[in-house]
Design a protein around this ligand. Structure first.
Ligand SMILES: Nc1ncnc2c1ncn2[C@@H]1O[C@H](COP(=O)(O)OP(=O)(O)O)[C@@H](O)[C@H]1O
Ligand SMILES: [Mg+2]
Length: 140
């Protein structure tokens, strides 16, 4: 399904709706350029999952864990350059950690993503963002 959001608030609210569809073990792969709205949408997902801490783009850490109604793992692979680094991260521990895993720059770990990962592709367009969500049954 493709959605268009006209503001950051709308992107967050789409994230909140997505949160309602996620259970333990869910992995959501976010794709899109810098500034396309990945973190913004993740803020909404976290809010929808009951996270009360401030969610931000982790600048120096690759993984942040938040406590929501499920554990939430926010991964940002922007700075991951080599496969060796990915191995060190032990992504399976996050994917299989019984929580919800939200991965920015998920193309950097494409081969490791579970086959049933939900895909979110964000793109800047005139007037806002185009947000394509796949891997869910039915619309958000
Ligand atoms: N429709 C929109 N959806 C999402 N973000 C928007 C929108 N319009 C403007 N913005 C702004 O774009 C920026 C997106 O930044 P961010 O979410 O950090 O992107 P990314 O994590 O993909 O680098 C934010 O400053 C946000 O306020
Ligand atoms: Mg980001």
């Amino acid at each position: 399904m493709v959605y268009t959001t006209g503001s950051a608030a709308e992107t967050m609210s789409l994230g909140r709706r997505l949160a309602g569809r996620l259970g333990p073990g869910a992995v959501v792969a976010f794709h899109g350029e810098l500034g396309s709205g990945k973190t913004t949408m993740i803020k909404g997902v976290c809010a929808g999952l009951g996270v009360t801490e401030t969610v931000k783009s982790p600048s120096f850490v690759i993984a942040t864990e938040y406590a929501g109604r499920l554990p939430v793992f926010h991964l940002d692979l922007y700075r991951v350059a080599a496969d060796a680094e990915l191995d060190e991260l032990g992504l399976d521990e996050y994917f299989d950690g019984g929580g919800v895993c939200l991965v920015e720059w998920a193309e950097r770990c494409e081969a490791l993503l579970p086959a049933d990962a939900v895909r979110v592709r964000l793109e800047s367009v005139a007037g806002g963002r185009r947000v394509e969500v796949s891997g869910l049954a039915g619309p958000l």
